[in-house]
Ligand binder design. Structure first.
Ligand code: BG6
Length: 505
């Protein structure tokens, strides 16, 4: 295949309007590992306003210098850990210095009104982006605190926006209650519910593939597509996050947010425009069309001891902060039925899990066979389905699998693949996926954020399954670390005469 490398056309991106970014959870992992690298990249790209500043708020009694020092250490560590979310051979002193000069630390308890009074004094009448990098149980508390202190009233010509991390609720009632609670304090347009999958270039590029290329439009529907497999497989275990993961599990951690985001990208109707509300309405419509998931359309599992690459690793129940008799699932597979005109009868199979045989985030679209087996009298048993694979992570690109004639006297078919990697065509910059999301919050573009109705529809789709599990129904199968996952997930497809794409290292 001919590959032409060309730099992306220089994009003229303007600096975002000036604001104070207030980070609740300044001492947390998210701030260090993702927000700071993203701000550093935005600083390097000159996308932040000169009068931009950052106030980090947390309970710990430390000095501003201590905070900066700890952020600095983490930033420098990115130069020698190629496996970190952010890897860069060196930290540009000017871009990072620009951010460091704007960092201020404020000790504060999120449940005390004084904290919000002090924040109010620090931001004055300017624009502010309140980033909730805190555990989900504090979301309501912080938004109440901001609202009660009058900090969510938008001064003339200025904005006050709140970025809320996941998980947004733990089920439908709690998601509804949280939406109702925060919407008492400010308007929906001021809330930016973040899903970092939407910050991934490769996820956004699915929209470009579908809506900028006429060749896909006629075939992207039930008449041509047999089924779709959406995979987010990880090789890592739960790591140090046992306390968070125990009450959460793979379904809540990944499905109503990240997996449904991928589903929307591949299955939503073309929006009338790229206007935020037009795009978000199509996503909400698609999610509302998912038929509520039943127990028999799911398979869950939990990793046992095994191997992560060549190293022996413990099972989930031996991980720190995990109960010895835990039933929390670390793997979930679902069969979704989308009740709309385009997708009726086309199953969407989703699977996500930890400690699997390979790390792979991708969407594989399987096409129906050719209408007539013209090869039936030849030594060709059956043609295989065509597949378009949209690769999101760690490979980033598109592959197609086709049947072709094997050279020789007989008509014999062999499998061929074409493949495209984005990096062969466009320059890549190290990024953590939060850059464009943060920038979008500052310029007020909510296209890539989840609206209240879509979040509630997502929880509604999985609620019957959560209810069944809550009643103790359905087994949690063990699967060895480093394997393909629980056998129930295979059966979910086998009963439909299909099978999963194999996960490989
Ligand atoms: C997070 C989940 O939101 O997404 C993690 O809490 C998961 O459990 C992660 O590992 C996966 O994201 P990525 O970008 O590494 O594929």
């Amino acid at each position: 295949m001919t590959q032409t490398h060309q730099s992306a056309p220089a994009q003229q991106v303007q600096r975002a309007p000036g604001c104070t970014m207030v980070i609740f959870g300044a001492g947390g992992d998210l701030t260090k590992r993702l927000l700071m690298p993203a701000l550093y990249n935005l600083s390097g790209a000159k996308q932040l306003a000169e009068d931009f500043k950052i106030i980090g708020v947390d309970r710990e009694q430390i000095s501003g210098d201590d905070w900066k020092r700890s952020l600095d250490e983490t930033m420098q560590s990115f130069t020698h850990d190629k496996t970190a979310e952010f890897y860069t051979p060196q930290i540009d002193a000017t871009a990072w210095g620009w951010i460091k000069d704007r960092l201020h630390y404020m000790q504060g308890d999120f449940s005390q009104s004084d904290t919000f009074k002090h924040i109010g004094e620090a931001i004055g009448g300017g624009s502010a982006l309140f980033y909730l990098a805190v555990a989900a149980r504090f979301f309501g508390t912080v938004v109440d605190g901001l609202g009660q202190a009058g900090l969510l009233k938008q001064p003339d010509g200025k904005f006050r926006r709140v970025v809320i991390e996941k998980p947004f609720g733990a089920d439908l009632p709690s998601a509804k209650a949280l939406n109702a609670r925060i919407l008492k304090q400010a308007d929906e347009s001021q809330f930016y519910r973040i899903d970092h999958f939407l910050g991934k270039e490769t996820v956004q590029s699915i929209m470009a593939l579908r809506f900028a290329n006429g060749m896909f439009e006629p075939i992207w529907r039930r008449g041509y597509i047999d089924h779709v497999q959406i995979t987010a497989a990880e090789t890592v275990g739960v790591e140090e996050r046992g306390a968070f993961y125990e009450p959460t599990g793979a379904l809540r951690d990944m499905v109503p947010n990240h997996m449904f985001t991928l589903l929307c990208m591949v299955a939503m109707e073309p929006p009338n425009s790229f206007d935020a509300e037009a795009v978000r309405s199509e996503k909400a419509k698609l999610i509302e069309a998912i038929r509520p998931v039943r127990l028999e359309d799911a398979a869950r599992g939990q990793y046992g001891a095994g191997k992560e690459f060549d190293a022996a690793v413990p099972g989930y129940r031996q991980e720190p902060h995990v109960a010895a008799d835990s039933r929390t699932e670390t793997y979930i597979a679902l069969k979704l039925d989308i009740a709309n005109w385009r997708w009726a009868g086309v199953p969407f199979y989703l699977r996500t899990g930890k400690r699997l045989a390979g790390r792979r985030t991708e969407i594989a679209v399987f096409f129906k066979p050719a209408p007539y087996q013209i090869f039936r009298d030849t030594p060709v048993d059956a043609t295989k389905p065509n597949v378009i694979r949209l690769m999101i992570d760690p490979e980033q690109g598109i592959e197609t699998a086709l049947d072709a004639k094997v050279p020789g006297p007989k008509m014999q078919l062999g499998r061929v693949e074409t493949s495209m990697r984005y990096k062969d065509f466009f320059d890549e910059k190290p990024n953590v996926g939060y850059e464009s999301l943060l920038y979008d919050c500052m310029i007020g573009d909510a296209t890539l954020f989840q609206r209240a109705d879509a979040i509630e529809a997502s929880w509604a789709a999985v609620q019957p399954l959560l209810d069944s599990w809550g009643r103790g129904e359905g087994k949690v199968e063990d699967y060895p670390s480093g394997s393909q996952g629980p056998s129930g997930a295979d059966q979910l497809l086998e009963r439909d005469g299909r099978h999963w794409e194999k996960l490989q290292e």
